[in-house]
Design a protein around this ligand. Structure first.
Ligand SMILES: Nc1ncnc2c1ncn2[C@@H]1O[C@H](COP(=O)(O)OP(=O)(O)OP(=O)(O)O)[C@@H](O)[C@H]1O
Length: 112
């Protein structure tokens, strides 16, 4: 199993969530975060306003998928979150050792 951590532009969240739902992804976690990438020192447009980039609001989306689903899920996120403009975000993939559904005690793929 793999955890995909995607830092995306906030206004892209609905599109990304929809794309993942279409793949049958049944759960995910979203956090409001702040960050910067290479654009530091430049300006970025956020909700119509130009910001001199310090820390910009971003969404961190975490989703754990089976290893077989990884590539399709990453592709879907990239496609949905892409604008081609600076600050589109980044995706980090890590391995997950164990998943447990607390209510039923199911584990790993059955618990996703
Ligand atoms: N190396 C990193 N480690 C942790 N978080 C990162 C890293 N790089 C980027 N991020 C996070 O991803 C967000 C978006 O990054 P961003 O798209 O600006 O990266 P970039 O490499 O500068 O690419 P681009 O040229 O498209 O702007 C940042 O605001 C930050 O929250």
């Amino acid at each position: 199993m793999k955890k995909i951590e995607a830092i995306i532009k906030p206004f892209k969240l609905d599109e990304v969530r929809e794309a993942l739902s279409e793949l049958g992804v049944s759960g995910l976690t979203v956090t409001e975060v702040k960050g910067f990438g290479r654009q530091k020192g430049h300006t970025e447009l956020y909700r119509g306003a130009e910001y001199v980039v310090d820390f910009l609001p971003k969404i961190k989306l975490e989703v754990v998928v089976s290893s077989e689903q990884l590539e399709t899920a990453v592709d879907a996120i990239v496609k949905a979150a892409h604008t081609g403009k600076i600050g589109d975000g980044k995706i980090f993939v890590t391995s997950v050792e164990q998943v447990i559904r607390i209510r039923t005690g199911e584990t790993d793929e059955s618990a996703l």
